[in-house]
Design a protein around this ligand. Structure first.
Ligand SMILES: C[C@@H](O)CC(=O)SCCNC(=O)CCNC(=O)[C@H](O)C(C)(C)COP(=O)(O)OP(=O)(O)OC[C@H]1O[C@@H](n2cnc3c(N)ncnc32)[C@H](O)[C@@H]1OP(=O)(O)O
Length: 152
């Protein structure tokens, strides 16, 4: 059985409208009640003119896209448990406003069979086509040693 079903150019997409409830749920879960996200009067004075979503929530949407990629690979049968190794070079390039729809594209750019790692480019656009966030994601395809021992 293969350790990973992932090839350069493989891509998945995830789309979601970001509502006020999403931002408040995220604030409640993490405790990040920055005025950027929950204080409309404060934000009216900023260049944004209104509240914006947490950058880390956008990273969460990147993570959702990686899960879609993993599920695709799992459905083809693999002997590993893919886990996130982390994100590199993440930049929040434009704000995500309440009511915006984010469209995440997750594309595999490198496959390292020896180290059982993939590196993917992640891009997030809003409904107007503006690139709001970018980053690279590393997945580690951790070998299922226990399962193999049991099978032997
Ligand atoms: C406490 C928390 O709760 C706070 C938050 O979560 S706030 C919410 C998240 N943040 C945002 O929504 C901010 C959205 N971004 C912006 O409004 C603007 O991008 C900015 C005002 C923050 C940046 O202004 P700018 O003057 O352009 O910034 P810099 O020039 O200093 O840095 C830009 C870096 O982005 C890199 N970059 C630009 N284009 C691309 C691209 N297409 N792909 C990849 N990277 C890009 C650029 O190279 C700069 O990065 P570097 O490391 O300095 O090279």
């Amino acid at each position: 059985m293969k350790s990973m079903h992932a090839e350069i150019g493989d891509a998945v997409r995830f789309s979601k409208t970001v509502g006020e409830a999403d931002v408040y749920l995220y604030a409640g879960i993490t405790g990040d009640f920055s005025g950027n996200h929950v204080n409309d009067e404060f934000m009216k004075k900023s260049i944004y003119g209104q509240r914006i979503a947490h950058g880390a929530l956008t990273i969460g949407f990147m993570s959702t896209a990686s899960t879609l990629m993993i599920e695709r690979s799992l459905s083809q049968g693999i002997d590993s448990t893919p886990v996130s190794l982390g994100y590199d070079r993440v930049r929040f390039l434009a704000p995500v406003f309440f009511g915006d729809t984010v469209n995440v594209t997750y594309t595999i750019k490198e496959v390292d069979e020896e180290r059982r790692r993939t590196r993917s480019q992640v891009e997030v656009h809003n409904q107007k086509g503006v690139l709001v966030a970018v980053g690279e994601h590393l997945l580690k395809w951790v070998k299922n040693e226990v399962a193999e021992t049991e099978a032997a």
